[in-house]
Ligand binder design. Structure first.
Ligand code: ATP
Ligand code: MG
Length: 465
């Protein structure tokens, strides 16, 4: 407190006219009466982090998407804090903190409460590095971004004006360097700086523009939108693991289907994401994915968990089915054919998406459970309902029923079996026993709709010739 007071006394007043790369050094100060942020939507932990940093004499603000969401009256799903303390200084102030990242160093401060732990991401104000000062790839993509700066510089290197506001929970003031509040009121997504240069520095910003437009319903301003058509292919340069993270954010935004449609509108789907292009060019597949993403959106909006494995299992299911049918038609038995198909699909995707092994394991589990769920023989159904993996495979089965890929009766059978007591279960097993062969025999769908046009399917066809 005292140090802050002395710092204040010693600090020269900022000169009004000074600019950072053409942007004002002094922000607009927006007071509570104007911004109406509801303090109840704040994370106590984020407030605590800003408070501890300020008490130690540093500047600290809630920043980015959290401020955007607070101004929109939405409870932010996570909180970021920006400060002039270096990552090492931050780490010293918080016992449960961890330095992470190379390209972009930040500190994660973890709080354990009654519910799941909350991580507050604390980043040090960064300067907007120019191409000649930074570690930059030939395409203009910035590889490292760890040059510290002041708050005005930090604001300038953020992506969109609505994402570049700072909120001090102690004074309840919002600092706005780039007319973010004005754009927020006008419902506009506007890139800070020269849009094509900013996309070249980090092509992921194109995906972010689409995601925020889908999430907020805002319009992407013309100059921010137009370079995307031309620069879309730069996404190919982004490391596949980062691309996976960004696509996951997009799919888990609660507005996944709108985001996918947004990607299609700007032509990003076919330039960069063969997976999404395939989905949108096959009507059966579109229906399945649309249904699944709408379910996902509903789950997220009602606060239910969604797993990445489940999501990608739905996106890639038709690829798996096509490859499975191919292997079976090469006389491979059904179960090994399914595993071979899964291996092939993972191999195919590796080029684009750096999916983590644990997600792949979940997806394999969900897919291989499908024929077994359809079969319903012996003790297997009894064992399966007790398995912790059952719910994901069962949810996936319900989705297949919902989109008429398989009979709705199978989904209902499992719902009854899952909820039923011993007696009900025995009756259900009897029903299956009395069925003609259909329930006993399942394999890859014989009547494939349209052949998958993806690379691997082509390769398999070529090999067969
Ligand atoms: P969400 O609600 O999805 O968390 P967000 O805007 O908070 O959205 P984050 O990825 O959490 O997104 O990033 C936090 C903030 O960091 C952003 O609001 C933005 O100011 C800045 N930021 C993140 N990614 C970039 C980027 N690629 N380029 C420039 N600034 C970025
Ligand atoms: Mg965020």
């Amino acid at each position: 407190m005292i140090r802050r007071f002395i710092d204040k006394l010693l600090k020269k007043p900022a000169r009004q006219k000074k600019l950072v790369h053409g942007h004002p050094l002094t922000p607009k100060k927006i007071i509570k009466r104007t911004h109406h942020i509801n303090p109840e939507l704040l994370s106590k932990n984020a407030v605590k982090v800003t408070h501890v940093l300020q008490e130690a004499g540093f500047e600290a603000y809630i920043v980015g998407g959290a401020v955007r969401d607070l101004l929109l009256g939405i409870a932010p799903k996570d909180f970021d804090v920006a400060t002039n303390a270096t990552p090492e200084q931050v780490q010293k102030l918080f016992r449960r903190s961890r330095l992470i990242g190379r390209r972009f160093q930040i500190v994660h401060v973890t709080f354990y409460g009654k519910e799941r732990p909350e991580i507050i991401e604390v980043s040090t104000f960064r300067a907007h590095v120019q191409a000649d000062q930074a570690d930059v790839a030939a395409s203009g993509r910035i590889l490292r971004d760890n040059v510290w700066g002041n708050q005005a510089e930090d604001a300038t290197r953020r992506d969109f004006s609505i994402n570049a506001m700072y909120y001090d929970p102690q004074t309840e003031t919002v600092l706005d360097y780039h007319n973010g509040m004005q754009d927020l009121n006008a419902k506009i997504i506007r890139m800070i700086g020269e849009p094509s240069q900013r996309y070249r520095e980090d092509p992921v910003r194109m995906l972010r523009a689409i995601r925020f437009a889908a999430k907020t319903g805002f319009t992407i301003e013309k100059e921010t939108l137009s370079p995307i058509h031309e620069l879309g292919s730069l996404i190919q340069d982004v490391p596949s693991s980062r691309l996976f993270d960004e696509i996951l954010k997009l799919l888990m935004s609660g507005h996944a289907w709108a985001s996918i449609q947004g990607l299609e509108t700007v032509g990003l789907h076919h330039k960069i994401l063969p997976l999404i292009e395939d989905i949108l060019s096959d009507s059966d597949r579109t229906e399945f994915v649309k249904q699944s993403l709408q379910n996902t959106d509903d789950r997220i909006k009602s606060g239910k968990p969604v797993s990445a494995g489940f999501l990608f299992a739905t996106l890639l299911w038709h690829d798996v089915q096509a490859a499975w049918a191919n292997f079976e038609s090469d006389s491979m038995p059904s179960v090994p054919a399914l595993h071979a198909a899964i291996d092939q699909v993972f191999e195919q995707q590796k080029e684009f998406l750096g999916m983590q092994r644990r997600h792949e394991a979940d997806m394999r589990e969900i897919w291989t459970m499908q024929p077994r769920l359809e079969k319903r023989v012996g003790r297997y159904p009894y064992r399966l309902v007790e398995s912790p993996k059952f719910k994901a495979g069962y949810d996936f089965l319900l989705l297949r029923c919902q989109t008429h890929e398989i009979e709705a009766e199978i989904g209902q059978w499992w719902t009854d079996f899952w909820q039923g007591d011993e007696h009900v279960r025995a009756e259900l097993m009897q029903i299956v026993k009395n069925m003609p062969n259909s329930a006993q025999n399942t394999s890859a769908p014989k009547k494939r709709r349209r052949r998958n046009r993806s690379k691997a399917a082509k390769t398999t066809a070529e090999q067969a010739n």
